[in-house]
Structure formats: C-alpha cells, structure tokens
Design a binder for this molecule. Structure first.
Ligand code: GH3
Ligand code: MG
Ligand code: MG
Ligand code: MG
Length: 322
C-alpha cells in the first residue's frame, strides 16, 4: 500500500511528465562490433546521455532487458546479424517497447527496408553524422520517457480500480469478478470455492467513542489481520463499510470454517491500537461461512454467508456460523 501511495504521489508531482522528460540523460545501449564507430558514438552521446557498448549480440540482448531508454543497433555489420538482434529484442517482453535506432548503410536497401519492417523506430545512415545522431537519439528518448510515464499512470489507475483505498485490500468490484469466474467453474464440476462474510461487531461504538479516524485505523488493522491469516491464493476484500469478504478457492466448508475461527480468535485476542489511546481496543467480528454447491451463483453464495453473519449477530456476536 505504501508503494502505491508513493507511486501516486510521484505521479501527482510529475503530472505533466515534464519533470522526468526534461534534462536527465538517457541510458543508451550501443550494439555494434565496429569498435571505432561505437567509440565515436559514445564520445558524442556521452556529454548528454549514459552510453554503454556491447559488441556481442547475445550479451546485448541480456543488457537490453535492463533499464534501457534507447538501443542503437548496427544492422549493416558483417560480424553479426543485426536484423536478427532487432527481431529478438522486439520479441522479448522486457525490451519490446525500447526504441531502436538502426545504423544502416544507405546503399544497403534490403536491410534498410527489413529494419523498418521489423519495427525499428528510426534510421541512422552510415557514416553516422554526430548532429543527426544526437537529434534522433534525443527524440526517441523523450518519447520513451513519456510512454513510460503514461504506462505508469495507467497501471496505477488500473490498480486503483480494483483496490480498496483505505485498506489496500481488493475492492468489492474485483471480488465480484473473481467470484463469478470461480463459482462458474465450481458449478461445472471444477474446484469448489468458499466465502467468509464478516461484519465487525458494534463498530458504530468505535466511531462514536473515539472518532471516525480511529474507526479507520481499526479497519486498516483489521485488513492486516485478515490478510495475514489467509493463504496466498485467497482473496481478502473490503466489501464496504466494516464488512469484509474472503474468497477461498478450492476450500471446503470445513477448511473455510477453520480459517474463519482462526481469524475470529486473532481479532479478539489482540487489542487494536488506536491513536491517543493508551490501551488497545478489543474488537470482535461475526463471520458467516458458505461453500459452493451445485447450481450456485455468486449472489446466492454470498447471501448464504450473509445469513451466517445475521445468525451470529443474533446469537450474541463474536462467532462463526457455517
Ligand atoms: P453490528 O454489531 O450489528 O454490526 O453493529 P455495528 O455498529 O457494527 O453496525 P452498523 O451497521 O450499525 O454500523 C456500522 C458503522 O460502520 C456505521 C458507519 O458509520 C461505520 N462505517 C462504515 N464505513 C466506515 C468507514 O469507512 N470508516 C469508519 N470510520 N466508519 C465506517
Ligand atoms: Mg455492517
Ligand atoms: Mg450492521
Ligand atoms: Mg457491524
């Protein structure tokens, strides 16, 4: 969650992308076995960027999967197959979006055309002119930075769409989608799925006695306890308010009930720390457990879990009903 928050803040500060697009040089990987030509490019680029040279295409492929802003590839080399290198770089997920400048002999039409077909971003004719090198490199690096910025922003938005902002757990929308798929598979004879539906007991009292911020603190701590008491494949979610749901793929009613009781005991046993409160607050939770049956729907499964919660409340709270 902290990572997400920092990422969000970073995006906020750099909202126009200007901060990261201006000034700072790029990491340039020069793939060329013509050492004289490579050294000349290093000299020119070095004033503004951070160039490194790889003369061996296999080593260059590995280097290209690292944090590189631009690759300059000699595709007219007789020593190695530069076009093959370009194709390989383009087919690897880690280097697919890295811009490529192809250094090519203008007389070598077939290779020039092939390079463009393979998706190089620009062409640098040989012999390489230093001003042209700098201008084309700068353009590609700037585009790459902006594309990275947009991708980070998009990833952040996508994550926020499925995440509960207060607790960092999955949100209800994400849970509903996952549960739909799992119940569908279970109904067709696949793995069963169980849900724990939980509602914090007398939560209103926490807010009324200690304030809404203290209530939020309790919800966050509750989420941590939840997440640390379930398996990696389980989906702990905030359903809304002080209600939480854990989706447990593959779990039987018995297995899910055992987990539910472990959570219930953990919540009750360790008082929740609250701001300004010398002593922690004892919190309890009521949990309804339900497992998928033939012909089930996600709504019906959750409803059975919810009925368990209702029964737990009416029997005095702080219990698990399966
Ligand atoms: P019960 O044992 O019957 O569940 O009692 P309860 O007080 O927990 O139930 P009720 O549904 O009456 O109250 C839930 C309270 O949760 C009311 C609402 O103010 C509070 N709440 C809902 N969402 C939030 C939130 O995001 N932050 C805080 N601090 N409080 C919330
Ligand atoms: Mg409630
Ligand atoms: Mg209630
Ligand atoms: Mg409640």
């Amino acid at each position: 969650l902290r990572e997400r928050e920092e990422s969000g803040r970073r995006l906020g500060v750099d909202a126009d992308g200007a901060g990261r697009l201006r000034g700072s040089g790029g990491r340039v990987l020069i793939v060329d076995d013509n050492e004289l030509q490579a050294e000349k490019m290093v000299t020119h680029l070095g004033g503004e960027h951070r160039p490194v040279v790889e003369t061996d295409p296999a080593a260059a492929l590995i280097a290209g999967r690292g944090p590189i802003d631009l690759m300059i590839v000699n595709v007219s080399s007789s020593g190695f197959d530069g076009l093959r290198f370009v194709a390989q770089a383009r087919s690897s997920e880690a280097s697919r979006r890295t811009p490529i400048l192809a250094v090519v002999d203008p007389a070598d039409r077939p290779r020039l055309l092939k390079a463009l077909e393979l998706g190089v971003n620009d062409i640098l004719p040989r012999p390489v002119d230093s001003e042209e090198l700098m201008a084309r490199a700068r353009t590609q690096i700037r585009r790459k930075r902006y594309a990275d910025f947009l991708k980070e922003k998009l990833d952040y938005s996508l994550e926020m769409a499925v995440t509960d902002a207060l607790t960092g757990l999955h949100n209800r929308r994400y849970m509903a989608g996952q549960l739909q798929a799992m119940v569908g598979r279970a109904a067709q004879g696949g793995d069963p799925v169980a849900v724990l539906v939980m509602d914090i007991d007398h939560f209103k009292v926490v807010n009324d006695s200690f304030g809404h911020d203290a209530g939020d603190e309790v919800l966050r701590e509750f989420a941590v306890r939840l997440a640390t008491n379930v398996r990696a494949i389980d989906l702990p979610c905030r359903f809304g308010g002080e209600e939480f749901v854990v989706v447990m793929p593959g779990a039987t009613l018995e297995a899910a009930s055992r987990v539910a009781d472990r959570i219930r005991r953990d919540i009750e046993a360790q008082p929740f720390p609250i701001m300004g409160g010398a002593e922690g607050l004892t919190i309890t939770v009521s949990i309804g457990v339900a497992a998928s049956i033939a012909g089930d729907t996600p709504e019906a499964l959750l409803k059975r879990g919810d009925e368990g919660v209702y029964e737990a409340k009416s029997q005095g709270r702080n219990q698990v009903i399966s």
